[in-house]
Design a protein around this ligand. Structure first.
Ligand code: IVH
Length: 706
């Protein structure tokens, strides 16, 4: 960590402050465990933030009280040039993979174990610990006297990389081990182990991954390919602030070096103990007997694979008894007592029959593969996305090819690539149409962009349908009963051209539609009416402005309060909203520059759509440094002077050129000069870059880790 040059604390911490800091840390650690690991918070977020803020303030006041296990240290590390190498005290091994995905794989492992242990046929079955095989990145967490001092990647097994700063940002990982309960394994309430290395996998949940990508799309930034690579990339981020914004999870599955603690006799109980120490350990595990137990576990997890909130690529079996593990030992750097048993791939081969083009809500044209139906990942797939023309070209697929289709979890099926092989004499390459297949408007690609778009706007029936479905969606206006079949009928029948037309629909008109009973018509009219009173955020999201997702809509509603102010806002004013960048700001401005869009808003309001006034005040972005004056001196480890100044000003603070009694903080870096002396002379609080980041984060920073 990049601590500033040693500075004299402004005053020695009184015993009361010391006690309060210890108490706050213990309470915060307890609540973080309840929140992140057990998913059972006991206090509201605001209360957590209050405690966190109090601890931050005390640590800022008495730098002597700062410590490695303080929850305030989860954020604020310096940007690194490279990771330091870490030599593992105990090598981090990998495990053998059983590629036979049928029950045979489990039987083969059990037979090997019994042979190696020279067990006779009538000897009792071997007990195995069975676990999930997480698909992420292996990490070694080193706790010395109960405090997390280092986190390292596996690397080549002998030497990994020091990724402590990034790992600290994972809320699930305890910075200090909990004392074991007296009834538990080990030492009860006694001191923590002198050394305990916990090993496990850092991974990303699928919902966190989807949310992250939704956010990226909103910000007009590139999306991530899959949860595994995203998690691995985040752990190896040199800037911990970026790592902190990637929602990571952890699950422990073993130990490395252990000193001063007696291991329980079995692996299952070892994991129980790790859990009692406060480390996250998956509940989907067990100790099973013999090959029958392994096969049952494998089948059970395979059946539930899609419902798990994260990706796994199989299960892991370990001989439970540690004494037996020692007897079995290793073979070429792999333990003989463990094996990974894979699941059948969620990929299949099939024939690409045709490529169709679909038009989305924003006019984006997506090439869709029409496939010979194939059973993959638990369902029959006959359509799969090819994303865009560039992806299609990169994969080099043509109609008539045999392709690989992948479906994982609830991700939309996609064509991964083609199976190399002979192709019919001549297959023309696929081209995007020049005219929209739905409305015939010109298709354009933005300069430098990857997407082709129909320029028809709401003239295009496809865009109109998608716009209506989006507007009626659960997260927008939440209009029950307005599904795609009905929207097709309404648009194709010419009943609806723009969004406000929805509210002119009468029961008689609707009942005249095919398959529409009087009752359903009345229900729809009632549903439309019921949701007329909404929130500004939902309404904005429902308008379907490009790059404005739910989170941005909320931020905009909060920031501007009234829709007129948003509609009048300049790009510069839009840029003042948290997380609104140039792409988003321009998109909003362009939207409201179109008279027909403003007309839609007006008509919808005239139709009776309303929301509470003043959903947010003019500017409610937190200003943790409001009223504070700071002076910068010396070279900070990561921030340039301009960057530091911009951050301070954005947080409501002022940057002054010289130190006076009115200065609240002096931010000192390397080679700080006379300003530092002056600060000491006047008793002005001196902080380093980490301290500045903590101030900037404000008490609400915890949410950014969630
Ligand atoms: S045990 C000596 N258990 O799979 C045994 N590994 O090649 C060490 N993994 O590097 C590993 N889930 O990254 C073990 N429940 C689990 C696991 C697991 C995922 C990863 C780990 C390891 C690789 C095995």
């Amino acid at each position: 960590m990049s601590d500033a040059p040693e500075l004299d604390p402004p005053s020695a911490p009184p015993a009361a402050a010391q006690a309060r800091v210890a108490r706050l840390r213990a309470e915060l650690a307890h609540h973080a465990h309840r929140y992140y690991t057990l998913d059972a918070p006991e206090i509201p977020d605001a209360e957590y933030d209050r405690l966190f803020g109090e601890l931050q303030a005390l640590e800022a006041r008495y730098p002597g009280l700062r410590s490695a296990d303080s929850p305030t240290r989860r954020v604020g590390g310096a940007v690194l040039a490279a990771f330091a190498p870490v030599r593992h005290a105990v090598p981090m091994l990998s495990i053998q993979t059983e590629t036979d995905t049928s029950a045979g794989g489990a039987l083969a492992f059990d037979a090997r174990v019994r042979r190696e242990l020279e067990l006779s046929d009538d000897a009792p079955p071997v007990a195995y610990a069975a676990e999930l095989k997480f698909d992420g990145l292996a990490i070694n967490l080193r706790y010395v006297d109960g405090v997390l001092v280092q986190a390292a990647t596996r690397g080549d097994g002998e030497t990994g990389e020091d990724v402590t700063q990034n790992i600290r940002t994972i809320g699930q990982i305890p910075l200090r081990l909990l004392p074991l309960p007296p009834a538990g394994e080990g030492r009860g309430e006694g001191p923590p182990p002198a050394v305990l290395e916990a090993r496990g996998e850092v991974y990303m949940r699928r919902d966190d991954f989807e949310r992250l990508n939704a956010r990226q799309r909103e910000l007009g930034q590139k999306t991530f390919i899959n949860p595994r690579n995203t998690a691995a990339g985040a752990v190896r981020q040199l800037d911990p602030a970026i790592a902190a914004r990637r929602p990571l999870s952890f699950s422990a599955y073993g130990v490395g070096e252990v000193v001063g603690w007696t291991l329980p006799p079995g692996h299952g109980r070892l994991l129980d103990a790790l859990s009692a120490f406060g480390l996250p350990v998956s509940a989907d595990r067990g100790v099973v007997l013999g090959p029958a137990g392994l096969v049952r576990f494998h089948g059970d997890i395979e059946a539930r694979r899609d419902q798990l909130p994260f990706d796994i690529d199989g299960v892991v079996y370990k001989v439970d008894e540690l004494a037996l593990q020692r007897r079995l030992g290793f073979k070429s750097r792999e333990p003989r007592w463990a094996v990974a048993h894979k699941f059948p791939a969620q990929e299949q081969m099939t024939l690409l029959r045709d490529i169709e083009v679909q038009v989305g809500r924003t006019g984006k044209l997506t090439p869709v593969a029409k496939l010979e139906p194939v059973f993959v990942g638990g369902t029959t797939v006959s359509n799969a996305t090819l994303h865009n023309l560039f992806e299609l070209r990169r994969k080099g697929v043509r109609i008539g090819d045999t392709v690989i289709v992948r479906r994982a979890g609830d991700v939309i099926p996609e064509v991964v690539g083609r199976v190399p092989g002979a192709r019919a004499a001549y297959v023309p390459n696929f081209h995007m149409p020049r005219a929209c297949p739905v409305c015939g408007s010109a298709v354009l690609r933005e300069k430098g962009g990857i997407d082709h778009r129909c320029t028809g706007g709401l003239f295009c029936a496809a865009q109109r349908k998608q716009a209506l479905l989006h507007f009626a969606g659960r997260r927008a206006m939440d209009i029950e009963g307005l599904g795609d079949k009905l929207v097709d009928q309404l648009v194709d029948g010419g009943l609806i051209r723009t969004l406000p037309d929805l509210y002119t629909l009468g029961i008689a008109q609707l009942s005249a539609l095919e398959r529409m009973a009087d009752k359903s018509a009345a229900n729809l009219v009632a549903a439309l009416d019921k949701r007329k009173h909404t929130t500004l955020a939902r309404f904005l999201y429902g308008l379907g402005i490009r790059h404005v997702g739910e989170a941005t809509a909320r931020d905009l509603a909060h920031h501007f309060g009234a829709i007129e102010r948003l509609m009048d806002a300049s790009v510069e004013q839009l840029l003042e909203v948290d997380d609104v960048g140039p792409v988003v700001a321009q998109s909003i401005r362009t939207f409201f520059d179109q008279p027909h869009n403003c007309e839609v808003v007006q008509k919808l309001r005239a139709a009776g759509i309303s929301w509470p006034d003043h959903e947010g005040s003019a500017d409610t972005t937190p200003k943790p440094l409001a009223g504070k004056t700071l002076v910068l001196t010396g070279t900070l480890p990561a921030l340039t002077r301009d960057e530091a100044k911009a951050l301070i000003e954005a947080a409501g603070g002022k940057v002054a050129g010289s130190v006076s009694k009115k200065t609240h903080y002096v931010v000192a870096g390397a080679e700080a000069g006379s300003k530092l002396d002056k600060a000491r002379e006047l008793g002005v609080e001196v902080i380093d870059e980490a301290g500045l980041r903590a101030l900037l984060a404000g008490p609400a920073q915890r949410m950014s880790l969630a």
